[in-house]
Design a protein around this ligand. Structure first.
Ligand code: PGA
Length: 250
């Protein structure tokens, strides 16, 4: 049975003052029926980790370098994330693919390094609106999946997030049928590549304009094991109802 996962991606939002939201989230969910992961900016990882302490809330990074150390000014390595208290890292988010020209093969190398450091990798995939309109969605997702996910993946260290680029931060969401089609496709590809045991144990998240108002509908879709939430994860008031909707779907 896959344990559901509510993951929040704070992106480049939040200074120390934002930790009060994490504190409120921790206090609101002392014994959640789902996994909760918050990925704050790197500057907040250590204080966020101190704040969540032994609570069920996990802390993650938003990216890491492909190497474990060395002359890479401005970058952060997977062992550094672990040292700061992270147990997970988001990799291949479309904003990284776009802003930093990250390609799927770069993401695979980062993921291998991150998994070797003991991190759970949340690998993001998603098509652009042009690609969807050209009916290329499954081809794009299939290629991103096979190239971005390393062979070292297991049900414990891999989570795949399907995030259509056109749905991120736009208020637009795909229909349940569109989400279900992609999630079923990702599941079948993972089963084919890793075998049914591992393939069925990897959690698949949907991401892109998830909010309290659409969470219940999204969590009812088969092969949706949770969500990767951007904007609506920044406050306890917006994220808690999403967590509750996911708990109701367990
Ligand atoms: P959004 O972002 O929830 O603000 O659309 C999702 C994401 O980019 O992970």
């Amino acid at each position: 049975m896959r344990r559901k996962l509510a993951a929040g991606n704070w992106k480049m939002n939040g200074t120390k003052a934002a930790l009060s939201e994490l504190e409120a989230l921790r206090d609101a969910h002392p014994d959640p029926a789902v996994d909760i992961l918050i990925c704050p900016p790197a500057t907040l990882l250590s204080p966020a980790h101190s704040l969540v302490g032994n609570s069920p809330i996990a802390i993650g990074g938003q990216d890491c370098h492909a190497k474990t150390d060395g002359a890479h000014t401005g970058d952060i390595s997977a062992p550094m994330l672990v040292d700061a208290g992270a147990t997970a890292v988001i990799l291949g988010h479309s904003e990284r693919r776009e802003d930093h020209d990250e390609e799927s093969h770069d993401i695979r190398i980062k993921a291998r390094t991150a998994q070797a450091a003991g991190l759970m990798t949340v690998i993001c995939l998603g098509e652009s609106l042009d690609q969807r309109e050209a009916q290329d969605t499954l081809d794009i997702i299939g290629a991103q999946l096979s190239l971005s996910v390393p062979d070292s993946s297991t049900g414990l260290n891999l989570v795949v997030a399907y995030e259509p680029i056109w749905a991120i931060g736009t208020g637009l969401t795909p229909t349940p049928d569109q989400i279900g089609e992609v999630h079923d496709f990702i599941r079948s590809r993972l089963e084919r590549r890793f075998g049914p045991g591992v393939g069925r144990s990897v959690r698949l998240l949907y991401g892109g304009s998830v909010k309290a108002a659409n969470a219940e509908e999204i969590f009812a879709i088969s092969n949706v094991d949770g969500a990767l939430v951007g904007g609506a994860s920044l406050t306890e008031a917006q994220f808690s109802p999403i967590i509750k909707a996911l708990e109701a779907a367990v």
